[in-house]
Design a protein around this ligand. Structure first.
Ligand code: SF4
Ligand code: SF4
Ligand code: FES
Length: 479
């Protein structure tokens, strides 16, 4: 650890690690500093010059992204002079900008727009006819569209592909004010993390083909969640909107910074998995082939369960720690076996040495922590001896439906599956983003999330369902 030294920013004394970048201190202290090219995940490049500050004793303003902190440094980010310098740089950035904010997907979360508004630049000195034009719709490859005219050439996208994914699809082509971002011939932007360049782009040059023109960002609300696409447990934002008289709809997942887990990024497959949360949901309970309300389905489940040791619970790896704990204690009450066998959850093709983990279950570590048996042998043995099987989210039987022929099967699912058709009772449950709970990722990091979805008909978590069954047992005469 480097030594902490005294510095003064905008008249306020503070400590900062000697030699660290001034811009990091400004960002960590939430001191407003306009910047395009610097990003904490990508480091400095020094090309945009937007992050200028005044440093006492220096003749000219300095870029804070390439200024190491020294003891006794006195820094100013505000004031007439430095604001004028930044405003002039911004004017330069805007010389060839197409000024198409009303039709730009980034409007509302665009750094160029924000800086323009705060610098009070309401009249342009540029003649619109003399602007350089470039391609407005350049398909870079899977999921990403480029508008070359809006680009400020910060090179964040280029550096992401060279330094983070090391796939090198992007580069700066041509010179001077004809410079544009583009892909190399025969090398589309198609790495599994490509869509992170959309978040990195500080302007509306790179947009997601999936999200563009679907929703204005200022109508969206956001809450924090954990991606359930694999055991990494990337931290995400869920951007959703509930329109009047309609149900809440998710429009996108975006990465949320957690330096311990996923840094600033997430994979494209996890990002696009939001779509399946809007589709194919299992929402109406079924009892003996007919639609039912959830209370009746739970009451019917109560009438079928017994503690004769002939019940098996089969759990899915995307349940929260709290749900698994509850299921375990319920299985104990029923003297039942409990298994988390899930042979389809390991996907060697998906795993890599960056974020994507071959274990496609979000909470396998919770099974280990709670000592839930995951072995094939235990599952097969328990299946042979059980009469009742309660399947919670696990898709094992989708490919083995005939194994349920002689069983009394009860399913609790968030999405429609083939297994539901074989269940005498099926109860809908909340999906991962609709419930609060704890997940332990592949590195043993425990993460708790609190859901804020506003569904018209909120689904019960497994904990709610089990609590109801337990209270029936306490009140009633089960068994
Ligand atoms: S496309 Fe966006 S991220 Fe890439 S250089 Fe241009 S402004 Fe920067
Ligand atoms: S790496 Fe895994 S947890 Fe992260 S976004 Fe992708 S699927 Fe989700
Ligand atoms: S952020 Fe410092 S020069 Fe671009």
């Amino acid at each position: 650890m480097s030594e902490n030294v005294d510095i003064n920013i905008n008249g306020k004394d503070m400590k900062a690690p000697k030699g660290s970048l001034l811009i990091d201190k400004l960002l960590d202290e939430n001191i407003h500093i306009p910047h395009f090219c610097y990003h904490q995940a990508l480091g400095k490049d020094g090309n945009c010059r937007m992050c200028m500050v005044e440093i006492e004793g220096q003749k000219r303003p300095q870029i804070s992204c390439d200024t190491p902190i020294k003891d006794g440094m006195i820094v100013r980010t505000t004031g007439k002079n430095i604001e004028k310098v930044r405003r002039d740089i911004l004017e330069l950035e805007l010389i060839n900008h197409p000024i198409d904010c009303p039709t730009c997907d980034q409007a509302g979360e665009c750094k160029l727009q924000d800086y323009y508004m705060e610098s009070g630049f309401y009249e342009s000195r540029m003649n619109l006819e003399s602007k350089n034009h470039a391609r407005k719709r350049e398909d870079l490859g899977a999921n990403v569209m480029l508008d070359q005219e809006r680009c400020v050439l910060c090179t964040r996208c280029v550096r992401f592909c060279s330094d983070i994914t090391k796939t090198n699809e992007l580069g700066v082509i041509s010179r001077a004010d004809h410079s544009v971002i583009g892909t190399f011939p025969g090398k589309p932007l198609s790495n599994p993390y490509a869509m992170n360049v959309v978040d990195l782009c500080p302007v509306g040059a790179l947009t997601s083909k999936d999200f563009r023109f679907k929703q204005r960002v200022w109508f969206l609300e956001t809450f924090n969640a954990i991606c359930n696409g694999c055991a990494k447990g990337c931290n995400i934002y869920v951007d959703h909107r509930k329109e009047k008289y309609k149900d809440d709809v998710i429009y996108r997942f975006r990465p949320r910074v957690n330096k311990e887990v996923n840094g600033w990024f997430m994979c494209d497959e996890g990002r696009l998995s939001y779509a399946k949360e809007n589709e194919n949901r299992f929402t109406t309970a079924i009892v003996e082939g007919s639609e039912s309300n959830v209370s009746n389905a739970i009451a019917q489940t109560f009438s079928k369960i017994s503690n004769d040791g002939k019940t098996l619970f089969l759990l899915d790896g995307n349940l929260s720690l709290e749900e698994i704990k509850n299921l375990k204690s319920f299985a104990n009450i029923l003297n039942a076996n409990i298994s988390a066998y899930s042979p389809n959850s390991i996907d060697e093709d998906f795993g890599d040495d960056y974020l994507r983990n071959k274990d496609r279950r979000a909470n396998t570590k919770s099974f280990e922590k709670l000592e839930i048996n995951q072995s094939k042998e235990y599952f097969e043995e328990s299946l042979k001896s059980c009469d009742n099987i309660i399947i919670i989210g696990n898709d094992y039987f989708d490919e083995n439906l005939d194994l349920l022929d002689s069983k009394n099967s009860i399913g609790i699912f968030s999405h429609n599956t083939l297994t539901i058709k074989k269940c005498s009772i099926a109860i809908p449950m909340a999906s991962f983003y609709e419930k609060s709970g704890t997940y332990i990722n592949c590195d043993g990091i425990e993460q708790k999330v609190i859901s804020k979805m506003k569904k018209n008909e909120p689904q019960l978590s497994v904990t709610n369902i089990i609590e109801e069954l337990k209270s029936m047992i306490e009140k009633g005469d089960l068994l």
